[in-house]
Design a protein around this ligand. Sequence first.
Ligand SMILES: NC(=O)c1ccc[n+]([C@@H]2O[C@H](COP(=O)([O-])OP(=O)(O)OC[C@H]3O[C@@H](n4cnc5c(N)ncnc54)[C@H](OP(=O)(O)O)[C@@H]3O)[C@@H](O)[C@H]2O)c1
Length: 243
Amino acid sequence: MTTVINLDGQRVLITGAGGNIGAGIARCFAAAGAEVIAHYHRSASTTQALAEEIGATTAQADLTNPAQRQAMLDRVGRIDVLVNNAAVQTVRPLKETTTEEWNAIVDTNLNAVFALTQAAVTTMKRGAVITIASIEGTHPAEGHAAYATTKAAVIMHTKAAALEYGRLGIRCNAVSPGLIGREGIEEQWPEGVARWHAAAPLHRLGTPEDVGNACVFLASPLAEWITGQNLVVDGGVSTHPTW
Ligand SMILES: NC(=O)c1ccc[n+]([C@@H]2O[C@H](COP(=O)([O-])OP(=O)(O)OC[C@H]3O[C@@H](n4cnc5c(N)ncnc54)[C@H](OP(=O)(O)O)[C@@H]3O)[C@@H](O)[C@H]2O)c1
């Protein structure tokens, strides 16, 4: 049986939709018939072009700024699905990481997810929250300590939110991607891409749409009894023993 997911009538707010994976998520929700609200921070022209391509509207906010976050939600109104996709990643060994750098990553990747989710669920009548975590939430790479720590934290936030928001009919799940391709990655990081190809049982990088399709599934009635889970979308890389 082939099941086509139809999210007609669902209003979906996707944060960081001007970014690589965010745009893929937005395209997948639009293809499923959802009404997409494409959030951006600085990528105004990219997000506007995406919105025109898929028939979305846009919403701007620095998600670390409480006033901007709330103003955006007030403008957007009722939503049925929130996709917490926006995040930052810096590479720095722990011994060189300053408190300011650590706090900046935690502010965007964790604190903003907590606060946006808390405010957004008040606009929902039933619905779904999907947070983009990472395989680094369980297996950190060297130099990614702050990033990986926030990704572990949003996986736990997802479970805790599922526990508390379930009584409102709101399901909360995480999606943890592996390495997702982006323009130029093969030239910029050939050895990393080669290692990934060798390690992944499915022998390719992920695409933004691989992540988007997982999000659409988790937002859909097909997942109506799934909450508090972390769906790993990594071509099988994390099946390997790590020693
Ligand atoms: N790339 C991968 O291989 C990979 C693997 C696992 C997980 N992930 C996760 O997937 C998600 C998307 O990653 P990506 O690779 O697509 O990254 P990306 O292209 O850098 O996109 C991230 C987006 O986050 C937004 N953002 C950052 N700081 C913000 C702030 N203070 N307020 C509002 N928005 C902010 C940016 O918006 P503007 O551009 O508008 O400023 C940006 O478009 C992230 O959660 C990331 O951790 C990525």
